[in-house]
Design a protein around this ligand. Structure first.
Ligand SMILES: Nc1ncnc2c1ncn2[C@@H]1O[C@H](COP(=O)(O)OP(=O)(O)OP(=O)(O)O)[C@@H](O)[C@H]1O
Ligand SMILES: [Mg+2]
Length: 486
């Protein structure tokens, strides 16, 4: 199959369909998106049977010699196989074909390699042809939360809250760009010089951003927020000491008693994770509508409608904004509206929804403190051109948001819930808030880990007490608040 012809012993013969060489002169790993079904074909995940753990593959640094051998073998492979036929095979069979051909090429070309080296080369080449190339071993690792590729030679990952550089590298920027193309083409998008910014999603749900030259000066820049198959729960957050058991109980009651919640935090502080946890307390009979830029939330309830925004197409039309989605939600008889991230004019529509009988709606916002999150909401509405006096906007905020939960990533890489804060109302022109829980940093241990403690502020009857009572949760709330350290 695939023109695998090594019969005369002089090496691979010409294939039925030649590969498209890239500018770098190296035939590219990624089949060009010739046919739609080819472009949309899901990439290989675990590419072949009986392979070493792909997570190990990026552990050892590779020599220049290794890359030279790989390029030679790779080029011979590309000359031999018909990529369009390969794309029609299922992943396992395609990987087996590639392994057979590569093994033959290695023996014909008399390349001296140990079994382990050969296995690792086979794995790399399968990843290049069928999957996301050098990214595969990183994508296979569950402990990585972010992958950041700054051009072909600089790949960083975030593990356990810390960012580190890896040994992974791409052959050149052309290979990296082709992998970026392959990723975004799967969700029907395109990235090139004409449209160098693109958001996409991997098949597994990971969130992807690509920014290409000329905007990115050092080569295509790819950022992946890995999708966690097993989303963290509030119990996990308790285990990680992000919150105390009593604090988690109070958060659960806030979710169950249909408070309107804003989750605030910096980049990667755990906002979406926390939002996902909070949605765990929604009753199964409630109709929930989620609006996101890239669908990340995983609600477990049966009655959920998931909506996603859309960027404009190449002609600059067809954009669907978060505002459009939130407005449309209101015509869909939602009981709760969940907005993945509030970042613009949709703030106004979300607050209106919260104010008009959609209790228990939630959203996240980028801000460094609960107070800042409220003023960010205000400026989003002001910038939306609604032409309202600022006091009116603040009244609207105070009347809609019940609780702000602040998430933070501390400098030791740990994530904490640093504030659970209630919005009480207005006093004059100012929104009044009241902290219920606070995280207090005490210092650092000898390993550089931050030592601190979650404290209750001693509020025995928060403002949402009546709500909790309405839902029959006041005894639990009282017990959780009593048990918290003051
Ligand atoms: N409390 C926690 N303890 C440990 N890891 C966490 C915690 N919360 C979140 N994480 C991990 O941190 C990473 C980032 O989390 P998340 O996507 O929720 O952040 P975010 O604030 O929504 O980020 P962004 O601003 O990019 O949207 C994820 O891999 C997640 O699993
Ligand atoms: Mg997020």
């Amino acid at each position: 199959m695939f023109g695998k012809r090594i019969a005369d012993g002089n090496g691979p013969t010409q294939p039925a369909q030649l590969p498209v060489p890239t500018e770098s002169g190296v035939a590219d790993a990624v089949p060009p998106p010739l046919k739609p079904q080819q472009a949309m074909a899901p990439p290989a995940k675990s590419v072949a049977p009986k392979q070493p753990d792909p997570a190990q593959a990026e552990a050892a640094p590779r020599s220049e010699e290794y890359y030279a051998i790989k390029t030679t073998i790779f080029n011979a492979l590309i000359d031999t196989i018909d990529l369009s036929q390969l794309a029609q095979l299922d992943t396992t069979s395609a990987a087996e074909e590639i392994r057979d051909i590569v093994t033959e090429i290695i023996s014909i070309k008399n390349v001296v390699m140990s079994i382990a080296e050969q296995e690792s080369l086979l794995q790399d080449i399968c990843n290049d042809v069928l999957g996301y190339g050098p990214l595969e071993p990183l994508l296979a690792r569950d402990d990585i939360s972010d992958i950041m590729v700054n051009g072909a030679d600089a790949v960083f990952i975030e593990v356990g809250g810390k960012v580190e550089k890896t040994n992974v590298r791409f052959r050149d920027n052309a290979q990296l760009m082709n992998i970026c193309q392959r990723i975004v083409s799967q969700v029907g998008r395109r990235v090139d010089e004409a449209s160098p910014i693109c958001d996409a999603r991997l098949m597994d749900g990971s969130r992807v951003n690509v920014i290409a030259p000329p905007l990115a000066l050092d080569g295509p820049t790819l950022t992946i927020r890995k999708f966690k198959k097993d989303k963290l729960t509030l119990d996990d957050l308790v285990r990680f000491k992000s919150i105390t058991p009593e604090g988690a109980k109070v958060l659960g009651i806030i979710g169950a008693s249909r408070c309107n919640v804003l989750i605030s935090g910096g980049t990667g502080s755990g906002k979406t994770t926390l939002l996902n946890c909070m949605t765990g307390y929604i009753e199964p009979d409630e109709r929930v509508i989620t609006c996101e830029d890239a669908a990340e939330l995983q609600l477990q309830q049966p009655h959920v409608v998931r909506l996603e925004t859309r960027p404009p197409n190449l002609e600059g039309v067809g954009m669907v904004t978060m505002t459009d989605l939130v407005k449309n939600c209101l015509r869909m008889r939602p009981e709760r509206i969940i907005v993945g991230e509030v970042r613009g004019h949709e703030a106004f529509d979300l607050l209106q929804a919260m104010n008009t009988g959609h209790d228990g709606s939630m959203g996240t916002i980028h801000a460094n403190s609960p107070r800042e999150s409220l003023s960010r909401l205000e400026s989003m509405i002001t910038m939306g051109g609604f032409n309202l006096p600022s006091k009116t906007i603040r009244e609207m905020i105070a009347g809609s948001i019940d609780v702000v939960i602040q998430a933070a990533r501390l400098r030791d890489g740990s994530r904490k819930i640093t504030h659970v804060t209630e919005v009480l109302g207005m006093e004059g022109d100012v929104i009044i808030t009241q902290d219920i829980f606070l995280y207090e940093i005490k210092g650092e241990d000898e390993d550089g880990n931050i030592v601190g403690q979650h404290n209750s502020t001693g509020i025995a009857r928060p403002n949402f007490w009546d709500r909790a009572r309405y839902y029959g949760l006041e005894a639990e709330l009282a017990a959780a608040l009593d048990a918290s350290e003051v």
